[in-house]
Design a protein around this ligand. Structure first.
Ligand SMILES: [Zn+2]
Length: 66
């Protein structure tokens, strides 16, 4: 996994972080990994949130935590 950067490029070549937002249950751009729920067996669960949901719910991206 590559390090995530805070570069806010407005380029349209590489849609970074496009994925499913677990908070508003739609696909959106600029989603960030919020939580990883480890399970004993199986892949576990990951939750991604888009920018508006991170603001609305006060979510802190996993990579930005101490
Ligand atoms: Zn969202």
């Amino acid at each position: 996994m590559a390090e995530t950067t805070h570069d806010a490029t407005s380029g349209e070549d590489t849609p970074q972080g496009y994925g499913y937002c677990s908070w508003h249950h739609r696909f959106a751009g600029d989603v960030r990994l919020i939580d990883i729920v480890e399970q004993g067996t199986g892949p576990g669960h990951v939750h991604y949130a888009c920018a508006p949901c991170r603001t609305a719910y006060g979510l802190v991206p996993y990579a930005d935590r101490p």
